[in-house]
Design a protein around this ligand. Sequence first.
Ligand SMILES: C[N+](C)(C)CCCC[C@H](N)C(=O)O
Ligand SMILES: O=C(O)CCC(=O)C(=O)O
Ligand SMILES: [Fe+2]
Length: 421
Amino acid sequence: MWCRRLSHLQSRLQDLLRGRVTCWALQQPNFKSLFPLAIHWHHTASKSLNCVWQQHEDHFELQYANTVMRFDYVWLRDHCRSASCYNSKTHQRSLDTASVDLCIQPKTIRLDETTLFFTWPDGHVTRYDLDWLVKNSYEGQKQKVIQPRILWNAEIYQQAQVPSVDFQSFLETKEGLKNFLQNFLLYGIAFVENVPPTQEHTEKLAERISLIRETIYGRMWYFTSDFSRGDTAYTKLALDRHTDTTYFQEPCGIQVFHCLKHEGTGGRTLLVDGFYAAEQVLQKAPEEFELLSNVPLKHEYIENVGECHNHMIGVGPVLNIYPWNKELYMIRYNNYDRAVINTVPYDVVHRWYTAHRTLTIELRKPENEFWVKLKPGRVLFIDNWRVLHGRESFTGYRQLCGCYLTRDDVLNTARLLGLQA
Ligand SMILES: C[N+](C)(C)CCCC[C@H](N)C(=O)O
Ligand SMILES: O=C(O)CCC(=O)C(=O)O
Ligand SMILES: [Fe+2]
C-alpha cells in the first residue's frame, strides 16, 4: 500500500517535471478545459516595434527582438519589480514567493509602448520592459556565454603576444588592473612583471584583485623541496599537468606563483589550457565529453607528515558544465589526487576510463604545452578551474611563494571594472 502510494507520487512528480501537468487543480474537469481560451496573437500598434504576444493558459509567449520567449506565470509574478515586491536600493526581493498561488494567471495583459502590464487577480500590477524580458529570459540567456574566452594551444597563445602588466601600473592604475584582468579572463593565465621578489610584495599583488583564500597550506605559502608537507609538490620531482585542490568541494579558483630563487637546473613550469583540450574531446567524441561531465568522482588528500594531519575529500565530475547552455566552467583533473572510484558501476567505469584517456591524450599533445621558466620578479596567475599546471624536475635550491585566491572575489573585481565575468 505504502509502496503503491509512493510510486504514484513518483509518477506524478515525473509528470510535473516533464511539464505534463500544469498544476494540480487543472486535473479536475472544469469549465476552462471545456472552453479553452480563444488563442489569438496580439500585435503592437507600431509595426516597427515588431512585438507579438499570446496569453496561453499556462504561460505567456512573447516574440520580440528575434527571440521567441515563454514565461511561466509564477515566474512573471515572482520577478515583479514594483516597490512592494522588490527593494531597488538593495536589489533584493521583498515578495514572499511562497505566497504566490502556483496556478496564478493574469486577469489582463496590456502592452503600452515598450512596457507590458500584467494585472493579477488581486489587482496587483506588474510591469516589464520588453528589453528587460529579453535580457532576463531563459531563451535570451541560452544564446549567451557567461564567460567569453579565447581557447589556446602553445601557438595560439604565443601568436597572441599577450602583454604582461607592470607591477607599478597593476597596483596604481585602473587601466593596468583592467588590462591584466581582461587577459586573465580571456586566456586563464596572466603575468605581472618587475615585482620585487619577496613574499610581501606578492601578497600585495594578490590583495589588489581578491581576498586570499586561506587553506591547509596557509594564507601565503612559501615552499622548497624540503618535504615539509606530505605532497610531491614539496620535492624536486617532475609533476605532470594537473589542477590543484581537486579534493576540495570547491577547488581553489586562482593560483598565484612567484619563484623567489632558483640556483640549479630544470624546474620549468608547464601550462595547458584544459578547456581547449576539452573542446577537442567535444568535437571528436561528444558522448565522452558528456560522460566526463556526468560521472562524479572523488579526489582525496591524506597527509600525515610531522605535525600535519589532513584528510580532504572533494566530489565532482572532471568537466563541470552549466546545464542550460552546456558551457564548461571548471575542469578537475589531477591523476595523483584522484581517489578510489567506487561511485560508478563497472560498465560505466570502463567507458569513463576511455573518455578520460581521450581527454588525457589531448592534454598531453606537445602542441598544447606552453613551457615557461618562472623567474624572480615575474608573477604568474593561473585560473585553476581551467588551466592545468605542471613542472619539470629540478636540481638545486628553489623557493616558490604564492597563494590561492577566491574566485568570487576576482570576478567581483573584474565586474566592478566593467568586464564581463
Ligand atoms: C601550492 N602548494 C604548494 C601550496 C600546494 C600544493 C598542493 C599539491 C596538491 N597535490 C594539489 O594538487 O592540490
Ligand atoms: O613547483 C612548482 O612549480 C609547482 C608545484 C605545484 O604543482 C604546486 O605547488 O601546486
Ligand atoms: Fe599544483
